[in-house]
Write a protein that binds this ligand. Structure first.
Ligand SMILES: C[S@@+](CC[C@H](N)C(=O)[O-])C[C@H]1O[C@@H](n2cnc3c(N)ncnc32)[C@H](O)[C@@H]1O
Length: 368
């Protein structure tokens, strides 16, 4: 169970914990998981001190229990790491399971250091709602920064529900910065037929719709439950006409799709999620290496299946939130053997911007 789901249940069952207890406990736990597999032989208390030290610029907890370490807490992260490597056997390389190698352009050191920092919260404002949303945030004296016309950065934990208590429906979507940037590769044209093949809660479909509302959209996912939740979210954003299908893309889907031909396919593939572990650090130490090759074969199987329904000369947008080259460049190489040509690919370096790290590639189906 993700920590974000576990903690509210735990706190409900432990009513003796007040709000300050809950806040402190959550922070200690999240930080604790951020050091992943480092110093596993040390007692839990010591690991808590190390993680508090690495993840904060000040900490009453550390000041009380370990004042000598707290004295150095405001140092830059690389100096704190140096200090721990010399004094308690901490090794940065042990934090994160990197046996699957990182995608080419990722700066390993910067990526590892980013794990100690909680990513920010990002929203994508729906076109036309910018003034209203910004006025509401200003009225509530919320801290935010404008990344672009549509994109705002807010501190994690900002209570958007209470600021937009009437309703936030149709005003904005909560969507990570890198996830929003994958949209720069869509480039849809009017009235085209597009397929969001692994749609989940429809984040990429809504992004596509905000760029080109005339697109004829098919959304699919293997999970019926997520598809059931799409209707309201799409309706709130004004997306009323779309088709949805529950499809297992590892199987032959010709009975459902034999007459379909798409001008664009978004394949936001199932993946390790390793580029988002800054938000779910509990995943780091639970991760098992063999999952990388498991996901790679899933990604290849699904890719081979969807390419059949793409018109020649039209794009497949392949996306992951993984930092491993096995799930990124290697799958692109495989796609090139299926009759696609790579137009552009990039790592969206969220690790340098307090956001998720993602991979996106735009490939075009060859004409013969
Ligand atoms: C990375 S998520 C998609 C996120 C989504 N596009 C968004 O923007 O919110 C990958 C999705 O692939 C789906 N999936 C996994 N295996 C699948 C399969 N064999 N066929 C179709 N979809 C699958 C999962 O249910 C999951 O919802």
């Amino acid at each position: 169970m993700p920590l974000a789901k576990f903690l509210p249940v735990y706190f409900r069952a432990n009513k003796q914990m007040g709000s300050s207890d809950r806040r402190t406990t959550s922070r200690l736990l999240y930080n604790y998981f951020r050091i992943g597999n480092a110093c596993v032989d040390l007692p839990v208390e010591e690991r808590l001190f190390i993680s508090e030290f690495l993840c904060n610029q000040s900490s009453e907890f550390l000041e009380y229990f370990k004042p000598e370490l707290h004295q150095l807490i405001a140092f830059p992260i690389n100096q704190k790491i140096d200090y721990l490597e010399k004094t308690c056997g901490f090794k940065l390389d042990e934090v994160f399971p990197l046996n699957g190698s990182l995608s080419k352009s990722i700066d390993r050191g910067a990526f590892l250091e980013s794990i100690f920092v909680q990513p920010d919260l990002f929203i994508r404002i729906n076109p036309g709602k910018e003034k209203f949303v910004i006025a509401k945030l200003e009225q509530a004296e919320t801290i935010f920064a404008k990344e672009s016309e549509q994109t705002l950065r807010l501190p994690n934990g900002t209570k958007l529900d209470s600021i937009f208590e009437d309703s936030q429906d149709g005003l904005f979507e909560i969507q990570d910065l890198s996830s929003q940037r994958t949209g720069e590769h869509f480039q849809p044209n009017k009235w085209e037929a597009w397929w969001d093949a692994c749609a989940a809660s429809g984040g990429k479909s809504l992004l596509l719709y905000s760029q080109e509302p005339t697109v004829k959209l098919l959304v699919s996912d293997i999970r019926e439950s997520v598809l059931n939740n799409l209707d309201k979210r799409f309706a709130d954003a004004g997306l009323l006409k779309f088709q949805k299908k529950q499809l297992d893309l590892l199987k032959n889907v010709d009975p459902e799709l034999h007459h379909y031909e798409f001008d664009g396919v978004i394949l936001d593939a199932p993946c390790t999620g390793s580029g988002t572990w800054g938000r779910t650090p509990e995943m780091i130490s639970q991760f098992e290496d063999h999952r990388i090759s498991f996901f790679q074969s899933l990604q290849k199987g699904i890719s081979a299946n969807v390419v059949k329904y793409l018109k020649p000369g039209k794009p497949l947008i392949y996306i992951t939130c993984s930092v491993f080259k096995e799930e990124n460049e290697e799958v692109v190489s495989y796609l090139e053997t299926l009759g696609l040509t790579l137009e552009k690919s990039e790592i969206l370096k969220g690790y340098a911007e307090k956001a998720d790290t993602m991979f996106v590639a735009r490939l075009v189906k060859n004409k013969d």
